[in-house]
Design a protein around this ligand. Structure first.
Ligand code: SF4
Ligand code: SF4
Length: 140
């Protein structure tokens, strides 16, 4: 595991150093997490926070950061008020910028940018959408 103090400082600046330092690794976030309860060896929010707090930049290359559903259960139950969802969004953004994001979410993002949907539309759905948009535009 490669430790990079400047990575830690960057996350601290973005998230607020106080919030991350206040984590005392109690694991309550993980115990409330529905993904952790299903896949405890593959996703653990407490461990992600620990990695950030020691400056383990490798966390950006882990599939683990893409498994959070952003349901906020951890955030709502953290005794220290740490907003894990904000952290995971920050880590995903950094991972994307560095080219570490997995293919599927990147493709979905491109589709949303181009077409407004995260899955490709069938020709039939496109026709339906176009005709309904025209109806609305025409005020009928
Ligand atoms: S619940 Fe809060 S204090 Fe406890 S490990 Fe998770 S983030 Fe840290
Ligand atoms: S927001 Fe993510 S880490 Fe937190 S409880 Fe939900 S799935 Fe788990």
């Amino acid at each position: 595991m490669k430790l990079n103090p400047s990575f830690k400082e960057e996350v601290f600046r973005a998230m607020g150093e106080h919030a991350l330092r206040m984590c005392y690794q109690c694991g309550k976030c993980s115990s409330f997490c529905p993904v952790f309860s299903l896949y405890p060896t593959r996703f653990n929010p407490r461990r992600i926070i620990e990695m950030v707090n020691i400056g383990a930049e490798d966390v950006l290359q882990k599939d683990e950061i893409w498994r959070c559903t952003t349901c906020y259960e951890c955030t709502e139950n953290c005794p220290q008020g740490l907003n894990f969802v904000e952290l995971i969004v920050f880590l995903r953004t950094k991972a994307y910028e560095k080219g570490f994001a997995p293919k599927t979410p990147v493709q979905e993002l491109e589709l949303v940018r181009k077409e407004g949907f995260s899955v490709p539309l069938s020709p039939r759905a496109k026709r339906w959408l176009e005709s309904n948009t025209l109806i609305k535009a025409g005020g009928k």
